[in-house]
Design a protein around this ligand. Structure first.
Ligand SMILES: [Zn+2]
Length: 75
C-alpha cells in the first residue's frame, strides 16, 4: 500500500480542508455554537455528546479549532 502521492502537499491540504466528512457540521454551524461548545468543555462535560457534528468538524478545521482554543484561553 505504498503508492507515491502525486499531489503536492499544498493541494492535499486544500483538498482536506474542502472535503466534508460524514456528520461534519461545517464552519458556519460550528461557529454558531462554539461558545456553547467551549462552555461544555469548561464545565467538564464532553461536548461531542451534544455537538457531535462540531466535534468532527473541529478535528479537521484548523481555523475553527483555533477559535475554540481562543475561547478556552479567554475563559
Ligand atoms: Zn471550520
Amino acid at each position: 500500500m505504498t503508492q507515491p502521492d502525486p499531489t503536492p502537499d499544498g493541494r492535499q491540504a486544500l483538498l482536506a480542508f474542502l472535503t466534508t466528512h460524514d456528520g461534519d457540521a461545517g464552519c458556519g454551524p460550528t461557529r454558531e455554537v462554539l461558545d456553547l461548545y467551549a462552555e461544555e468543555i469548561l464545565a467538564g462535560l464532553d461536548p461531542a455528546v451534544r455537538f457531535p457534528g462540531v466535534a468532527i468538524h473541529l478535528r479537521d478545521c484548523h481555523p475553527c479549532a483555533d477559535d475554540l482554543a481562543g475561547l478556552l484561553a479567554l475563559a
